[in-house]
Write a protein that binds this ligand. Structure first.
Ligand code: 2DT
Length: 212
């Protein structure tokens, strides 16, 4: 094993509180990877383009109300409906940079008071990221950046709970970057971590499933 036939793209996830810079950094990362000759795609969850995604989007913008368990399972279903495409892209050598994943799913729902193990259960069997980069920012700092829109969850007290849950979820594939650093520094650190990860996947590191 470890030969060319096992070469694949890396599954890289960015996590962090609202306004930590995830979206900006994931866009830059994909551009930088491509410049260096790697094929990479930017993905994000929720993927609001599917019909499940539209239900989620309407919930987030307060246009519909759903029971906490129900919306949790919809977020999970939104990842399951993308699982096979995700796997085939990775196997064809494309690195996926994913803005939010199962960790957001668990951190946000358990911040509402749902049991964390219950929250993790529907994620079992989804592809495990090769690397999770958490852009770490104190919730107060994130709130100062402004731009909290009117969406559900964009409130300081709630974000504090989400931040605590992220800490509980941290595992061996997690790397933390201080999101208060200048944007260019975050970008550079992120790129270095990801290139390392891309290399191990090219060398044939096997794909695995959550939660591992
Ligand atoms: P953005 O589209 O602005 O990132 O906001 N969320 C996300 C969940 O509650 N569960 C999930 O599984 C995911 C992926 C985080 C999306 C909002 O939805 C929350 C913020």
């Amino acid at each position: 094993r470890g030969g060319k036939e096992d070469s694949r793209g890396a599954l890289v996830v960015l996590e962090g509180l609202d306004r930590c810079g995830k979206t900006t950094q994931s866009i830059r990362l994909v551009a930088n990877l491509e410049k260096l000759g790697h094929s990479a795609e930017l993905w994000r969850f929720p993927d609001r383009t599917t019909s499940v995604g539209q239900m989620i989007s309407s919930y987030l913008s307060n246009k519909s109300q759903l029971d906490d368990h129900t919306i949790h399972l919809l977020f999970s279903a939104n990842r399951w409906e993308k699982r096979s495409l995700m796997e085939s892209k990775l196997k064809s050598g494309i690195t996926l940079v994913v803005d939010r994943y199962s960790y957001s799913g668990v951190a946000f729902s358990s911040a509402k008071g749902l049991d964390i193990e219950w929250c993790k259960a529907p994620e079992i069997g989804l592809l495990a990221p090769d690397l999770v980069v958490c852009l770490d920012i104190p919730p107060e700092k994130a709130a100062e950046r402004g731009g909290y829109g009117g969406e559900r969850y964009e409130q300081l007290e709630f974000q504090k709970k989400v931040g605590q849950n992220y800490q509980v979820l941290r595992g061996p594939t997690w790397k933390i970057i201080d999101a208060c650093l200048p944007m260019e520094d975050v970008e550079e650190q992120l790129q270095e971590m990801v290139l390392d990860c891309v290399k191990t996947c090219q060398e044939g590191k096997p794909l695995s499933c959550l939660w591992s």
